[in-house]
Design a protein around this ligand. Structure first.
Ligand SMILES: *[C@@H]1O[C@H](CO)[C@@H](O)[C@H](O)[C@H]1NC(C)=O
Ligand SMILES: *[C@@H]1O[C@H](CO)[C@@H](O)[C@H](O)[C@H]1NC(C)=O
Ligand SMILES: *[C@@H]1O[C@H](CO)[C@@H](O)[C@H](O)[C@H]1NC(C)=O
Ligand SMILES: *[C@@H]1O[C@H](CO)[C@@H](O)[C@H](O)[C@H]1NC(C)=O
Ligand SMILES: *[C@@H]1O[C@H](CO)[C@@H](O)[C@H](O)[C@H]1NC(C)=O
Length: 504
């Protein structure tokens, strides 16, 4: 009971007494009556546990709010159990139509809550949907944590930024809570918008800009508990009655298992970051797929073009010869005409602009082809394997993150990253799945209303080679705990239901 009492003390200190005591009364003596829950569920003809699988984490937003509309959870005051390699607690950017400390008016408002893959939790909290977050973090994130668990109150508000000169005054969200700042007055931070102001480094951007509490107009408070994966089951067990206030969402990111740089195979194959960038630009100028199924077709098309190149590659002295000099002039001409036909006749709807074959696009296509011919066979195959995809789903709010079609190399590079890299292996995946099963079996006692599972393959985080096993393990762990489970695969999953590494 020690942890329970500690939570209660925290809650008292935070002025949440009424909430907590009401929960204790409702649940009677609270914890330790797992048998009852099981019997209750068997007796009632309960609908299956719904599991929604999405690609990028902010794509959970429509599922969360639609669940509230269907009364699966209350519209306010829910608990989020967030099992993830990352906290995803970044504050969103303010827009006039952002559901400002109130529920969204309708589906049209969801996009303001879908700004980036780490900006959906605070967004949902601002609307009131969530007021408690338990973040279960993996052992490999240890370096970001001083202790194995923390309990804190985060206050969310807004601030006015005064701009000099012609720039207008604007609102921005701010968050106050425990900080590492030595100045006790600096308790809050806000996000920077780099197009509006200068920040000294990328790090500042991720960490937010520190500010004084008196400048942050606090509107609401949420509770954040974070806990090491190995302590999570115990902690969740002890606080189960406290957590079971409103509704509960169980949310699992597959990057809990590990986090990689999807660009690494390209770099390891000796393709420079610079040439990757140039290819990205050409590809993005040429192809503008509009949804996941068009994205899939555009990837297939580019992979086929690379296949043609492989077939036409000649050998010198039995060894692969690289470079465009390897092509006979007429072979290259043949290839160009195949490609022009493939792109401009058969797939013109994937192009950004409807222009003729001899226009800019044809030139861009030729330049791209030229870059492709410079790849060795091995590099060509690695590029096919990494593939081509959107930087982020077209459902992402376009004023914060543009969706561009390019090489599917994810958001981070080893030299420019916001996240820790953790390569994993099958042994570790199996062991982490055991931990996850234990956690889910405890969360189950608090009757989560539904589960969201995030793949994180598009942004390159979840190790792609192990993704099929990881997803299977996650879904199986959920199935083991609930009598009946219904898995719903989002329409915009990268590579569809089977996922990117299994696409063909
Ligand atoms: C804005 O103007 C004030 C006073 O004119 C000045 O003190 C301040 O440094 C300026 N801020 C910026 C960011 O230029
Ligand atoms: C940002 O930096 C640029 C170049 O260093 C400078 O010209 C500009 O005035 C700065 N803007 C602000 C708002 O400080
Ligand atoms: C994708 O977009 C195209 C073009 O707008 C449309 O014809 C197609 O039906 C869409 N596919 C899906 C699955 O939404
Ligand atoms: C990354 O940075 C290191 C050290 O600054 C440099 O040697 C290396 O070439 C960089 N790698 C890439 C892929 O740019
Ligand atoms: C898998 O990873 C674990 C922990 O990172 C490590 O101790 C182990 O040696 C690895 N196993 C294999 C087979 O590489």
């Amino acid at each position: 009971m020690t942890h329970m009492s500690m939570n209660l003390l925290h809650a008292l200190a935070l002025g949440l007494t009424t909430v907590v005591t009401r929960q204790l009364v409702v649940r009677g003596n609270g914890i330790g009556h797992k048998g009852n829950d099981v019997i209750e569920q068997r007796h009632l003809d309960i609908p299956p546990m719904e599991v929604y699988v999405v690609e990028e984490h902010h794509e959970v937003i429509p599922y969360w709010f639609e669940a509230a509309n269907r009364n699966l959870i209350p519209k306010e005051g829910n608990t989020l159990i967030h099992i993830d390699g990352h906290s995803d607690m970044a504050p969103p950017m303010y827009f006039k139509r952002f559901p400002f400390f109130k529920s969204p008016r309708g589906k049209g408002d969801y996009k303001y809550l879908m700004q980036e893959n780490d900006m959906f939790i605070i967004s949902a909290a601002i609307t009131g949907l969530i007021n408690k977050v338990v973040w279960v973090w993996p052992e490999w994130d240890k370096q970001n944590h001083g202790v194995t668990s923390t309990f804190s109150k985060l206050e969310i508000g807004w601030t006015l930024l005064q701009k000099n000169g012609s720039k207008p005054t604007r609102r921005e969200f701010c968050i106050c809570g425990p900080t590492e700042s030595v100045d006790p007055k600096i308790e809050c931070k806000r996000l920077t918008r780099d197009e509006m102001e200068n920040s000294s480094s990328d790090e500042d951007e991720n960490e937010g800009i520190p500010m004084k509490k008196e400048d942050c107009h606090i509107q609401k408070a949420i509770i954040l508990e974070d806990v090491h994966e190995k302590d999570a089951a115990k902690m969740l067990f002890k606080s189960s009655s406290y957590l079971r206030g409103g509704g509960m969402i169980l949310d699992i990111d597959e990057d809990f298992y590990g986090c990689t740089y999807a660009i690494r195979p390209l770099l390891d194959a000796g393709i420079s970051e610079e040439s990757i960038e140039i290819m990205d630009d050409f590809i993005g100028e040429l192809f503008c797929p509009k949804n996941a199924s068009e994205e899939f077709r555009a990837d297939r098309l580019l992979v086929q073009i690379l296949d043609h190149l492989l077939q036409l590659r000649c050998l010198k002295n039995g060894k692969e010869a690289s470079g465009s000099s390897c092509f006979y002039a007429n072979t290259l001409v043949t290839l160009r005409s195949i490609i022009k036909r493939k792109i401009f006749d058969d797939n013109s709807n994937l192009l950004c602009k409807k222009l003729g074959k001899d226009s800019l696009e044809a030139t861009v296509a030729n330049q791209l082809l030229f870059l492709f011919t410079k790849l060795s066979n091995k590099q060509n195959k690695v590029l096919q394997d990494v593939g081509f995809c959107f930087t982020t789903t077209p459902h992402t709010f376009d004023l914060t993150s543009d969706s561009k079609f390019q090489i599917c190399h994810g958001a981070n590079t080893p030299n420019d990253t916001a996240v820790i890299e953790h390569k994993t292996n099958v042994t570790e995946v199996i062991s982490r799945t055991h931990t996850l099963e234990k956690i889910i079996s405890i969360v189950k006692k608090s009757n989560p209303a539904f589960v969201t599972v995030c793949r994180s393959v598009r942004d390159g985080y979840t190790p792609r080679d192990l993704f099929p096993k990881i997803e299977n393990d996650v879904i199986t762990s959920i199935r083991k705990q609930f009598d009946s489970v219904k898995v719903v695969y989002d329409k915009e999953l990268l590579g569809g239901r089977k996922g990117w590494p299994n696409r063909s």
